[in-house]
Design a protein around this ligand. Structure first.
Ligand code: M6R
Length: 366
């Protein structure tokens, strides 16, 4: 049932070109001129008039939501907030008429997320779900939603669900932006083209697996890791760190690259590997200078860069390339090598990759 792979996690990482196709199937027209999400269109007025969107989620789904925040704010100009479901539910949150709560959950069974949905519902919010598990408790408790349709995810570490969630969020942003007229036709087409090319581009990223496996051997015995990213890839830094923590049991932290100078920089020495996401985006130059700062303090840099990069390559100790794509979709490509890096380090350490200690696939208790 692992399809010839040694672990479900690796199988699920390799499934991503296909799961993205399943996730976008029937939702993007073949000629790339439109995106149709029935759950969004059925509630079009509500979405178009929304004062605010609040994402509630846990773990990886919370990281995906941080990307959703950027996508929706950038494309639709609707204010977005992202809350840990566990904090939201005990905070007596302000929920106003006209707010939309989006619950994001792979399993659809996470206790805190379900409780956050129930609370928001009591307060009269409109609740939209982004789930994978069809007919799950959260999917049933929401007013409407969009499934990610990536198939069963068995490995405790979420991989294909994350890329599916971000893909759905990009499609939601596009649907609303198209209706609101908040993006140019050129931008709209470029994002769609990017979504259509994702499967092929993820295949290309997967070709680096052998190199990442080699690279992982250098870092098997590291005690700590720092992951840095900015903009759309700051949440990917958080996600990369979470993957490493949960399956290899190595302490890792994700940070917005520019925040490093406000504290974590004190941790950097030659024993501290730093995974720096430095794809060609509008703050690339700033990221480069953050990387130079790490280098100057002896940190070991593993950089994720866009194909053809020369500037970071000259500074970093190791580089992993991803193909170019429109900036807002880079998280989907960048997350893949970080999944593989965590996977190989965990395998090197002989960890139980699919069922890490102390963790359950769905956290149905508080
Ligand atoms: O099923 P959910 O998406 O609601 O799960 C939320 C988290 O428990 C989950 O993402 C967890 O953080 C994963 N093990 C991360 O890989």
């Amino acid at each position: 049932e692992k399809g010839g792979y040694p672990h479900f996690m690796l199988k699920e990482i390799y499934e991503q070109p296909k799961t993205i196709i399943d996730c976008t199937r029937g939702r993007i027209s073949a000629d790339g001129s439109s995106v149709t999400l029935s759950g969004v269109m059925a509630n079009k007025e509500r979405f178009l008039n929304a004062n605010r969107i609040i994402f509630v989620a846990c773990g990886t789904s919370w990281h995906a939501s941080l990307i959703g925040e950027r996508l929706i704010e950038e494309m639709c100009r609707i204010p977005v907030e992202v809350e840990y479901a566990s904090e939201f539910r005990y905070r007596n949150p302000v929920i106003n008429k006209g707010d939309i709560v989006i619950a994001v959950s792979q399993s659809g069974e996470t206790a805190d997320t379900l409780a956050a949905v129930e609370l928001a519902k009591e307060r009269g919010a409109f609740i939209f779900g982004i789930c994978n598990q069809v007919g799950s408790s959260i999917a049933r408790a929401t007013d409407s939603g969009t499934y990610i349709h990536v198939g069963p995810e068995i490995g405790v570490a979420s991989t294909k669900a994350f890329t599916g969630q971000v893909t759905v969020m990009a499609m939601i942003a596009l649907t609303l932006a198209h209706e609101k007229g908040t993006v140019t036709p050129e931008y709209f087409s470029e994002v769609i083209r990017g979504l259509q090319r994702l499967p092929e581009l993820i295949e290309r990223v997967l070709e680096s697996d052998g190199r990442i496996s080699e690279l992982s051997k250098i870092f098997t015995y590291s005690r700590n890791f720092l992951y840095l990213g900015r903009g759309y890839n700051y949440p990917v830094a958080l996600e990369g760190a979470l993957k490493l923590k949960e399956i290899s049991y190595i302490h890792a932290e994700g940070y917005p690259a520019a925040e490093m100078k406000h504290g974590p920089i004190a941790l950097i020495d030659s024993e501290m590997p730093v995974v720096a996401i430095a794809t060609a985006d509008n703050i690339y130059d700033k990221t480069v200078s953050n990387i130079q700062t790490v280098k100057a303090r002896g940190g070991k840099i593993i950089a994720v860069v866009t194909e053809g990069d020369t500037v970071v390559r000259a500074i970093a100790d190791h580089c992993i390339e991803v193909p170019p794509i429109i900036e807002c979709l880079t998280p989907i490509l960048v997350s893949v090598p970080l999944q593989l890096l965590a996977y190989h380090i965990a395998v090197n350490k002989d960890r139980n990759v699919d069922q890490p200690r102390n963790l359950a696939k769905s956290v149905t208790v508080e």
